[in-house]
Design a protein around this ligand. Structure first.
Ligand SMILES: Cc1cc2nc3c(=O)[nH]c(=O)nc-3n(C[C@H](O)[C@H](O)[C@H](O)COP(=O)(O)OP(=O)(O)OC[C@H]3O[C@@H](n4cnc5c(N)ncnc54)[C@H](O)[C@@H]3O)c2cc1C
Length: 485
């Protein structure tokens, strides 16, 4: 069905059976790599006939274990016996499984310059889309550290965000049309390039954020933007975290069209990245450093250096910042963003699998309160822990980690983790927030996510899943909370 190079087994398949952080691992008969929509359709039909579970996988850069198969699956040869196909949505499920990789679906199909759209296959990387757009004087808005590996299909399936959401929105805002292969192998061609369409349910939105549980996205039409010819970034030192959101409000109100990114970076992590990668600390490190920085990018078709300098001056007058570094060349700007790209705890803190990872979003006006609450809860329950928050605060999202201080603290941390998690989750819900802003639910948040949505919403989501995948074969064991006791 997929040619000689289309199937990987044994050690060749192994990297696709773990997530990149090394937190999740699972079993599969093989990794199958179709190279066309028709091949995906053939594989999905075969999987339906043989009762085989399918786990779609793009670049495998996800942060919630959503692209990793479950452990304990049979690795024997699948038999054409549909009687084994229907299994409960949870519990013992040893049906054989394949990982369906989109690695070979990586072509740019059409670049419509005057229509400001691009049609791509789902396995195309975010960077390839960015570069193709830039090559014809257009811009693809989304961007984040994993750009070189993360794929369009994975980004759609997680409704990815990244550093430019404040300007261009999430992945959902980029998608005009989709083609999807359904659980039974049928192809839905919704590959439209329309900006307006008032003809009923907009089905593409079902698949955006579905984490591969409703089918395999094979192609997409994405929206392109006018490029920003000028870009400048500043790293501003904050006197304390209370000034973070007032600084954001000032940046936004004084540069409503040019503000492209507004990120929080703690010095502990900046210093760690600088020492790990042998990069110069923008504030020199040591006594020249503050505890927290805001990384602010303005971009526009007009020069922005003066506007950024003006913003920094006004922020300083108001006591919102104590110092700032303004990158005046592209290479200085790249260096600041290199530090930001490498801030994830998984990259710099070896004890990250033992800690508590959060991808929280709260209404922007509640961000300061949320940060205060987390600091207070951590100080009370695990006073010696490393508390470490960074990310896209300009869109209300923060990546927060609470980590054991060292190896000797792991066991104590493990004991207290459930209560710690419950208190922070409760605070998130009380502020009207979400446990997952952009990383998805995956395997990671399944047991915590139920209280976030009304039971009617889970019921509707379950009905949609059962309609499109009655045998619960397409990426089971992610996204939905496990059934109650
Ligand atoms: C250094 C680093 C920085 C990151 N920064 C950000 C960030 O700022 N913002 C952000 O949102 N994310 C970020 N991520 C997470 C990750 O890059 C995104 O979640 C990305 O969207 C995943 O894409 P992927 O191709 O790797 O998908 P995978 O990890 O392979 O899969 C993710 C999910 O998508 C499903 N899926 C994949 N392809 C398809 C398809 N074709 N059809 C249906 N389902 C599919 C999988 O089943 C799984 O549920 C970061 C990751 C790293 C490593």
């Amino acid at each position: 069905m997929v040619g000689d190079t289309g199937v990987l087994v044994g050690s060749d398949a192994d990297p696709m059976l773990h997530d990149w952080r090394g937190v999740y691992t699972g079993d599969a008969v093989a990794v199958v790599r179709p190279s066309s929509t028709e091949e995906v359709s053939a594989v999905m039909s075969w999987a339906a006939d043989h009762g085989v579970v399918v786990v779609p996988q793009g670049g495998n850069t996800g942060l919630s274990g959503a692209a990793t198969p479950q452990p304990g699956r049979s690795t024997g040869t699948p038999q054409p016996d549909r009687s084994t196909a229907t299994k409960p949505s949870d519990g013992a499920d040893d049906r054989p499984c394949i990982v369906l990789s989109t690695a070979r679906l990586n072509r740019i199909i059409e670049l419509d310059i005057s229509g400001w759209t691009m049609a791509v296959e789902a396995g195309t990387t975010i960077q390839a889309v960015q570069e193709a757009a830039a090559g014809v004087g257009r811009l693809f808005g989304p961007d984040w550290g994993a750009r070189g590996t993360a794929t369009v299909g994975g980004a759609i399936a997680t409704n990815a965000g990244g550093i430019n959401v404040v300007r261009y929105g999430t992945m959902r805002d980029q998608i005009l049309g989709l083609e999807v292969v359904l659980a039974d192998g049928r192809i839905w061609n919704g590959l439209r390039a329309l900006r307006k369409d008032s003809t009923g349910y907009d089905l593409k939105h079902l698949f955006i954020g579905s984490e591969g549980t409703l089918g395999v996205v094979t192609r997409a039409v994405v929206r392109l933007q006018p490029p920003a010819d000028y870009s400048r970034t500043a790293m501003a030192a904050l006197p304390d975290l209370d000034q973070l959101m007032p600084l954001f409000a000032l940046a936004r109100s004084s540069n409503p069209d040019a503000l492209t990114a507004f990120e929080l970076m703690p010095d502990s992590a900046v210093a760690r990245v600088c020492s790990l990668f042998d990069v110069y600390h923008p504030f020199g490190g040591g006594s020249g450093s503050a505890e927290h920085y805001a990384l602010i990018r303005l971009a526009s078709h007009r020069p922005v250096t003066d506007a950024l300098a003006d913003l920094l001056a006004r922020a300083s007058e108001r006591g919102l910042i104590t110092d700032a570094v303004l990158a005046t060349t592209s290479s200085q700007e790249e260096q600041l963003w290199f530090i930001r790209d490498h801030l994830s705890a998984s990259a710099i803190y070896p004890l990250h699998p033992h800690g508590l990872k959060m991808d929280t979003a709260v209404p922007i006006s509640s961000m300061a309160r949320f940060l205060d609450t987390v600091q207070a809860v951590a100080a009370e329950m695990v006073p010696d822990a490393v508390v470490y928050g960074f990310g896209h605060v300009g869109d209300g999202n923060i990546h927060l980690y609470i980590l054991p201080s060292d190896e000797s603290a792991i066991e104590r941390f493990r004991t207290i983790k459930p209560q710690l998690t419950a208190r922070i989750d409760r605070a998130t819900f009380e502020l009207g927030g979400t446990l997952s802003a952009e990383h998805g639910i995956g395997q990671e948040l399944r047991t915590r996510i139920a209280p976030q949505k009304p039971s009617v919403e889970w019921d509707l989501m379950g009905r949609i899943k059962r309609q499109l995948d009655p045998d619960n074969r397409v990426n089971p064991g992610v996204l939905f909370p496990p059934p109650g006791p």
